[in-house]
Ligand binder design. Sequence first.
Ligand SMILES: [Fe+2]
Length: 386
Amino acid sequence: MLFIPTELLKPNMVLAKDVNLTITDSFSLPLLTKGQTLNNLFIRKIKYHDIIGVYVENEVANDIIPEEVINEKLKAKILVDIKKNFNHFKDKRGELNIHIVENIAKMAKKLVIDILSKEDIIINLIDLKSYDDYTYRHCLCVTILSITMGITLNLNEHMLTELAMCALLHDLGKMMIPTEITNKPDLLTPEEYDVMKLHPVIAANQLKKLHIVSDAVIRGIECHHEKFDGTGYPYGLKGNEIPLYSKILAVADVYDALTSTRSYRRACFPNEAIEYVMGCVDTHFDYEILKAFLKNIAAYPIGTFVNLSDGNLAIVVKNLQINPLRPVIRIIYPDGTTSKNIDLSQNIKYTNVTIIGMGYENPNFPYNSNNGTSPTDYEEKLRKTS
Ligand SMILES: [Fe+2]
Protein backbone atom coordinates (compact mmCIF):
# COMPACT_ATOMS: atom_id res chain seq x y z
CA MET A 1 0.00 0.00 0.00
CA LEU A 2 1.04 3.58 -0.57
CA PHE A 3 0.66 6.58 1.71
CA ILE A 4 -0.92 9.51 -0.13
CA PRO A 5 -1.26 12.93 1.55
CA THR A 6 -4.84 14.16 1.57
CA GLU A 7 -4.20 17.06 -0.81
CA LEU A 8 -3.04 14.58 -3.47
CA LEU A 9 -5.96 12.16 -3.23
CA LYS A 10 -7.86 11.51 -6.45
CA PRO A 11 -11.14 9.77 -7.29
CA ASN A 12 -10.80 6.04 -8.06
CA MET A 13 -8.02 5.44 -5.58
CA VAL A 14 -8.91 2.43 -3.42
CA LEU A 15 -8.42 2.58 0.33
CA ALA A 16 -5.99 -0.01 1.66
CA LYS A 17 -6.90 0.61 5.30
CA ASP A 18 -9.87 1.82 7.28
CA VAL A 19 -9.89 5.52 8.01
CA ASN A 20 -10.96 5.58 11.62
CA LEU A 21 -12.61 8.64 12.88
CA THR A 22 -15.47 9.00 15.27
CA ILE A 23 -14.58 8.14 18.81
CA THR A 24 -17.63 7.95 21.02
CA ASP A 25 -17.82 6.92 24.66
CA SER A 26 -18.26 3.30 23.63
CA PHE A 27 -16.89 2.69 20.14
CA SER A 28 -14.68 3.96 17.35
CA LEU A 29 -16.45 4.24 14.02
CA PRO A 30 -14.64 4.07 10.67
CA LEU A 31 -15.25 7.07 8.43
CA LEU A 32 -14.34 4.97 5.41
CA THR A 33 -13.40 1.33 5.17
CA LYS A 34 -10.68 -0.67 3.46
CA GLY A 35 -11.56 -1.53 -0.14
CA GLN A 36 -13.74 1.54 -0.68
CA THR A 37 -13.12 3.47 -3.89
CA LEU A 38 -12.64 7.17 -3.28
CA ASN A 39 -14.88 9.71 -4.95
CA ASN A 40 -14.97 13.49 -4.58
CA LEU A 41 -17.38 13.31 -1.66
CA PHE A 42 -15.14 10.88 0.27
CA ILE A 43 -12.10 13.03 -0.43
CA ARG A 44 -13.95 16.09 0.87
CA LYS A 45 -14.84 14.14 4.01
CA ILE A 46 -11.20 13.20 4.59
CA LYS A 47 -10.16 16.84 4.07
CA TYR A 48 -12.92 18.09 6.34
CA HIS A 49 -11.64 15.92 9.19
CA ASP A 50 -8.04 17.16 8.79
CA ILE A 51 -6.70 13.67 8.18
CA ILE A 52 -3.20 14.12 6.83
CA GLY A 53 -3.32 11.24 4.38
CA VAL A 54 -4.50 7.70 3.79
CA TYR A 55 -3.11 4.39 2.54
CA VAL A 56 -4.26 3.37 -0.92
CA GLU A 57 -3.86 0.18 -2.88
CA ASN A 58 -1.45 0.02 -5.76
CA GLU A 59 -0.01 -3.05 -7.41
CA VAL A 60 3.58 -1.77 -7.22
CA ALA A 61 3.20 -1.83 -3.47
CA ASN A 62 0.80 -4.68 -2.70
CA ASP A 63 3.41 -6.35 -0.51
CA ILE A 64 4.24 -3.18 1.44
CA ILE A 65 2.37 -3.28 4.73
CA PRO A 66 3.09 -0.84 7.58
CA GLU A 67 3.86 -2.53 10.87
CA GLU A 68 1.73 -1.57 13.83
CA VAL A 69 3.23 -0.58 17.17
CA ILE A 70 -0.07 -1.50 18.74
CA ASN A 71 -2.74 -3.34 16.80
CA GLU A 72 -5.73 -1.52 15.30
CA LYS A 73 -8.21 -3.09 17.71
CA LEU A 74 -6.28 -2.14 20.84
CA LYS A 75 -5.62 1.33 19.42
CA ALA A 76 -9.33 1.92 18.80
CA LYS A 77 -10.22 0.54 22.25
CA ILE A 78 -7.66 2.69 24.05
CA LEU A 79 -8.86 5.82 22.21
CA VAL A 80 -12.43 5.10 23.25
CA ASP A 81 -11.27 4.46 26.84
CA ILE A 82 -9.26 7.68 26.93
CA LYS A 83 -12.25 9.69 25.72
CA LYS A 84 -14.67 7.98 28.12
CA ASN A 85 -12.38 8.59 31.09
CA PHE A 86 -11.51 12.17 30.15
CA ASN A 87 -15.20 12.99 29.79
CA HIS A 88 -15.83 11.92 33.37
CA PHE A 89 -12.65 13.10 35.06
CA LYS A 90 -14.49 15.12 37.70
CA ASP A 91 -16.63 13.57 40.43
CA LYS A 92 -19.88 15.07 41.78
CA ARG A 93 -17.93 17.47 44.02
CA GLY A 94 -15.96 18.76 41.04
CA GLU A 95 -12.77 17.03 42.26
CA LEU A 96 -10.59 14.70 40.17
CA ASN A 97 -12.35 11.32 40.04
CA ILE A 98 -10.19 8.65 41.66
CA HIS A 99 -11.73 5.86 39.53
CA ILE A 100 -10.66 7.61 36.36
CA VAL A 101 -7.07 7.73 37.54
CA GLU A 102 -7.26 4.03 38.49
CA ASN A 103 -8.59 3.24 34.99
CA ILE A 104 -5.79 5.21 33.41
CA ALA A 105 -3.23 3.29 35.48
CA LYS A 106 -4.68 0.03 34.10
CA MET A 107 -4.51 1.46 30.58
CA ALA A 108 -0.85 2.42 31.10
CA LYS A 109 -0.01 -1.14 32.18
CA LYS A 110 -1.85 -2.66 29.19
CA LEU A 111 0.00 -0.43 26.72
CA VAL A 112 3.39 -1.17 28.27
CA ILE A 113 2.80 -4.95 28.18
CA ASP A 114 1.63 -4.76 24.57
CA ILE A 115 4.57 -2.68 23.38
CA LEU A 116 7.10 -4.74 25.38
CA SER A 117 5.91 -7.85 23.53
CA LYS A 118 7.13 -6.40 20.20
CA GLU A 119 10.62 -6.76 18.81
CA ASP A 120 12.43 -3.96 16.97
CA ILE A 121 9.84 -1.27 17.47
CA ILE A 122 9.91 1.31 14.73
CA ILE A 123 7.16 3.84 14.87
CA ASN A 124 5.48 4.71 11.60
CA LEU A 125 3.68 7.50 13.31
CA ILE A 126 2.08 8.78 10.16
CA ASP A 127 -0.22 5.79 10.45
CA LEU A 128 -1.57 6.93 13.80
CA LYS A 129 -2.82 10.14 12.31
CA SER A 130 -5.93 8.77 10.70
CA TYR A 131 -7.90 9.57 13.81
CA ASP A 132 -9.83 12.71 14.39
CA ASP A 133 -10.10 14.29 17.82
CA TYR A 134 -6.70 15.72 18.55
CA THR A 135 -6.75 15.49 22.36
CA TYR A 136 -7.26 11.73 22.58
CA ARG A 137 -5.09 10.91 19.60
CA HIS A 138 -2.30 13.14 20.92
CA CYS A 139 -2.55 11.47 24.30
CA LEU A 140 -2.18 7.99 22.81
CA CYS A 141 0.63 8.95 20.42
CA VAL A 142 2.63 10.67 23.17
CA THR A 143 2.22 7.57 25.35
CA ILE A 144 3.39 5.18 22.62
CA LEU A 145 6.36 7.40 21.80
CA SER A 146 7.30 7.74 25.47
CA ILE A 147 7.09 4.00 26.16
CA THR A 148 9.28 3.15 23.16
CA MET A 149 11.88 5.73 24.24
CA GLY A 150 11.72 4.30 27.75
CA ILE A 151 12.35 0.78 26.40
CA THR A 152 15.40 2.02 24.47
CA LEU A 153 16.65 3.71 27.65
CA ASN A 154 16.34 0.33 29.44
CA LEU A 155 13.68 1.38 31.93
CA ASN A 156 12.13 -1.56 33.79
CA GLU A 157 8.44 -2.45 33.50
CA HIS A 158 7.50 -0.54 36.65
CA MET A 159 9.19 2.63 35.39
CA LEU A 160 7.68 2.20 31.92
CA THR A 161 4.22 2.01 33.48
CA GLU A 162 4.91 5.16 35.51
CA LEU A 163 6.13 6.88 32.34
CA ALA A 164 2.97 5.79 30.48
CA MET A 165 0.87 7.21 33.34
CA CYS A 166 2.69 10.54 33.00
CA ALA A 167 2.06 10.53 29.27
CA LEU A 168 -1.63 9.66 29.53
CA LEU A 169 -2.20 12.32 32.17
CA HIS A 170 0.29 14.99 31.11
CA ASP A 171 -2.28 17.56 29.97
CA LEU A 172 -4.94 16.73 32.55
CA GLY A 173 -4.49 20.21 34.04
CA LYS A 174 -5.72 21.78 30.78
CA MET A 175 -9.14 20.30 31.49
CA MET A 176 -9.31 22.42 34.60
CA ILE A 177 -8.61 25.66 32.77
CA PRO A 178 -11.58 27.67 31.38
CA THR A 179 -12.54 26.42 27.91
CA GLU A 180 -12.55 30.01 26.58
CA ILE A 181 -8.77 29.79 26.90
CA THR A 182 -8.11 26.13 25.99
CA ASN A 183 -10.43 26.19 22.95
CA LYS A 184 -9.55 29.67 21.74
CA PRO A 185 -8.75 29.44 18.02
CA ASP A 186 -6.69 32.67 17.99
CA LEU A 187 -3.37 33.35 19.67
CA LEU A 188 -3.60 33.67 23.45
CA THR A 189 -3.01 37.03 25.11
CA PRO A 190 -0.02 37.14 27.52
CA GLU A 191 -2.46 36.93 30.47
CA GLU A 192 -4.27 33.93 28.97
CA TYR A 193 -0.94 32.25 28.24
CA ASP A 194 0.05 32.71 31.89
CA VAL A 195 -3.14 30.88 32.91
CA MET A 196 -2.44 28.11 30.38
CA LYS A 197 1.05 27.69 31.80
CA LEU A 198 -0.47 26.68 35.12
CA HIS A 199 -1.71 23.34 33.71
CA PRO A 200 1.25 21.16 34.87
CA VAL A 201 0.96 22.45 38.46
CA ILE A 202 -2.85 22.17 38.50
CA ALA A 203 -2.59 18.50 37.42
CA ALA A 204 0.12 17.79 40.01
CA ASN A 205 -1.93 19.34 42.83
CA GLN A 206 -5.05 17.41 41.88
CA LEU A 207 -3.19 14.11 41.67
CA LYS A 208 -1.45 14.69 45.03
CA LYS A 209 -4.85 14.90 46.73
CA LEU A 210 -5.78 11.36 45.63
CA HIS A 211 -2.79 9.68 47.38
CA ILE A 212 -2.73 6.83 44.84
CA VAL A 213 -0.25 8.22 42.29
CA SER A 214 3.50 7.98 42.92
CA ASP A 215 5.58 11.11 43.46
CA ALA A 216 7.64 10.22 40.38
CA VAL A 217 4.52 10.35 38.17
CA ILE A 218 3.31 13.60 39.71
CA ARG A 219 6.72 15.20 39.32
CA GLY A 220 7.01 13.90 35.73
CA ILE A 221 3.74 15.62 34.81
CA GLU A 222 4.55 18.78 36.74
CA CYS A 223 7.82 19.31 34.82
CA HIS A 224 6.85 18.28 31.25
CA HIS A 225 7.23 21.87 29.98
CA GLU A 226 10.67 22.40 31.50
CA LYS A 227 13.45 22.91 28.93
CA PHE A 228 17.03 21.64 29.05
CA ASP A 229 18.49 25.19 29.07
CA GLY A 230 16.27 26.37 31.94
CA THR A 231 13.88 28.50 29.85
CA GLY A 232 10.83 26.28 30.41
CA TYR A 233 8.07 26.42 33.02
CA PRO A 234 6.85 26.24 35.75
CA TYR A 235 10.17 26.25 37.65
CA GLY A 236 12.85 26.99 35.05
CA LEU A 237 14.71 23.75 35.88
CA LYS A 238 17.91 23.00 33.94
CA GLY A 239 19.58 19.83 32.56
CA ASN A 240 19.50 16.99 35.04
CA GLU A 241 17.35 18.92 37.50
CA ILE A 242 14.52 17.95 35.14
CA PRO A 243 13.07 14.51 35.98
CA LEU A 244 13.74 11.75 33.43
CA TYR A 245 10.04 11.13 32.73
CA SER A 246 9.53 14.83 31.95
CA LYS A 247 12.49 14.90 29.58
CA ILE A 248 11.10 11.92 27.65
CA LEU A 249 7.60 13.34 27.65
CA ALA A 250 8.82 16.71 26.33
CA VAL A 251 10.28 15.14 23.17
CA ALA A 252 7.17 12.99 22.56
CA ASP A 253 4.83 15.92 23.20
CA VAL A 254 6.54 18.33 20.79
CA TYR A 255 7.14 15.71 18.10
CA ASP A 256 3.53 14.59 18.10
CA ALA A 257 2.18 18.14 18.07
CA LEU A 258 4.37 18.90 15.04
CA THR A 259 3.16 15.84 13.12
CA SER A 260 -0.51 16.64 13.76
CA THR A 261 -2.69 18.93 11.68
CA ARG A 262 -3.79 21.98 13.67
CA SER A 263 -6.21 24.72 12.79
CA TYR A 264 -3.32 27.07 11.96
CA ARG A 265 -0.95 24.79 10.00
CA ARG A 266 -0.57 21.50 8.16
CA ALA A 267 1.07 18.54 9.85
CA CYS A 268 4.83 18.17 9.38
CA PHE A 269 6.09 14.96 7.83
CA PRO A 270 8.13 12.86 10.28
CA ASN A 271 11.44 13.85 8.63
CA GLU A 272 10.60 17.56 9.02
CA ALA A 273 9.58 17.10 12.66
CA ILE A 274 12.77 15.12 13.36
CA GLU A 275 14.81 17.95 11.88
CA TYR A 276 13.00 20.41 14.14
CA VAL A 277 13.55 18.44 17.35
CA MET A 278 17.19 17.80 16.41
CA GLY A 279 17.59 21.57 16.12
CA CYS A 280 16.52 21.88 19.76
CA VAL A 281 19.26 19.69 21.27
CA ASP A 282 20.58 21.22 24.49
CA THR A 283 18.10 24.11 24.35
CA HIS A 284 14.80 22.29 24.72
CA PHE A 285 15.81 18.62 24.79
CA ASP A 286 18.44 16.36 26.32
CA TYR A 287 20.67 14.81 23.62
CA GLU A 288 20.71 11.40 25.34
CA ILE A 289 16.92 11.27 25.22
CA LEU A 290 16.83 12.41 21.60
CA LYS A 291 19.22 9.62 20.65
CA ALA A 292 16.80 7.08 22.15
CA PHE A 293 13.95 8.76 20.30
CA LEU A 294 15.70 8.61 16.92
CA LYS A 295 16.35 4.88 17.27
CA ASN A 296 12.65 4.13 17.18
CA ILE A 297 11.13 6.66 14.87
CA ALA A 298 10.77 6.20 11.13
CA ALA A 299 11.84 9.43 9.47
CA TYR A 300 10.36 8.05 6.27
CA PRO A 301 7.39 5.84 7.16
CA ILE A 302 6.53 2.70 5.22
CA GLY A 303 4.58 3.33 2.02
CA THR A 304 5.70 6.96 1.66
CA PHE A 305 7.43 8.35 -1.43
CA VAL A 306 10.94 9.75 -1.05
CA ASN A 307 13.40 11.58 -3.25
CA LEU A 308 16.87 10.07 -3.55
CA SER A 309 20.00 12.17 -4.00
CA ASP A 310 20.58 10.51 -7.43
CA GLY A 311 17.29 12.03 -8.68
CA ASN A 312 15.24 8.85 -8.43
CA LEU A 313 11.87 8.53 -6.72
CA ALA A 314 11.38 5.59 -4.35
CA ILE A 315 8.80 4.01 -2.04
CA VAL A 316 9.83 3.09 1.51
CA VAL A 317 9.39 -0.67 1.94
CA LYS A 318 10.76 -1.34 5.43
CA ASN A 319 12.38 0.57 8.25
CA LEU A 320 15.30 -0.87 10.17
CA GLN A 321 16.10 -0.11 13.77
CA ILE A 322 19.85 -0.14 13.08
CA ASN A 323 19.52 2.88 10.79
CA PRO A 324 16.09 4.56 10.57
CA LEU A 325 17.45 7.12 8.08
CA ARG A 326 18.45 4.41 5.57
CA PRO A 327 15.42 2.17 5.08
CA VAL A 328 14.75 -0.52 2.47
CA ILE A 329 13.37 1.22 -0.63
CA ARG A 330 12.03 0.43 -4.10
CA ILE A 331 12.76 2.85 -6.94
CA ILE A 332 9.93 3.88 -9.26
CA TYR A 333 11.17 4.65 -12.75
CA PRO A 334 9.51 7.24 -15.04
CA ASP A 335 7.79 4.47 -17.05
CA GLY A 336 6.10 3.21 -13.86
CA THR A 337 8.26 0.08 -13.50
CA THR A 338 10.11 -0.54 -10.23
CA SER A 339 13.49 -1.77 -9.07
CA LYS A 340 13.99 -4.69 -6.70
CA ASN A 341 14.08 -3.80 -3.01
CA ILE A 342 17.27 -1.94 -2.06
CA ASP A 343 18.50 -1.94 1.52
CA LEU A 344 20.15 1.48 1.83
CA SER A 345 21.91 0.42 5.03
CA GLN A 346 23.64 -2.58 3.35
CA ASN A 347 23.78 -2.17 -0.43
CA ILE A 348 27.31 -1.06 -1.36
CA LYS A 349 26.18 0.35 -4.73
CA TYR A 350 23.99 2.84 -2.87
CA THR A 351 26.50 3.97 -0.24
CA ASN A 352 26.58 7.47 -1.72
CA VAL A 353 22.84 7.72 -2.25
CA THR A 354 20.82 9.41 0.48
CA ILE A 355 17.18 10.25 0.99
CA ILE A 356 16.77 13.98 0.58
CA GLY A 357 13.10 14.43 1.44
CA MET A 358 9.58 13.37 0.67
CA GLY A 359 8.91 12.65 -3.01
CA TYR A 360 5.36 13.86 -3.50
CA GLU A 361 6.47 16.72 -5.75
CA ASN A 362 8.80 14.57 -7.83
CA PRO A 363 7.81 14.57 -11.53
CA ASN A 364 7.78 10.75 -11.42
CA PHE A 365 5.23 10.66 -8.60
CA PRO A 366 2.53 8.50 -10.20
CA TYR A 367 -0.43 10.58 -9.09
CA ASN A 368 1.14 13.92 -9.85
CA SER A 369 -1.58 16.23 -11.15
CA ASN A 370 0.93 17.92 -13.46
CA ASN A 371 1.58 14.78 -15.47
CA GLY A 372 -2.12 14.30 -16.11
CA THR A 373 -2.04 10.69 -14.94
CA SER A 374 -5.14 9.49 -13.17
CA PRO A 375 -4.90 6.50 -10.83
CA THR A 376 -6.67 4.31 -13.38
CA ASP A 377 -4.35 5.47 -16.18
CA TYR A 378 -1.45 4.69 -13.94
CA GLU A 379 -2.64 1.17 -13.13
CA GLU A 380 -3.19 0.64 -16.86
CA LYS A 381 0.30 1.87 -17.65
CA LEU A 382 1.75 -0.50 -15.07
CA ARG A 383 -0.10 -3.44 -16.48
CA LYS A 384 1.33 -2.69 -19.93
CA THR A 385 4.90 -2.27 -18.74
CA SER A 386 5.09 -5.18 -16.29
FE1 LIG B 1 1.33 20.35 28.47
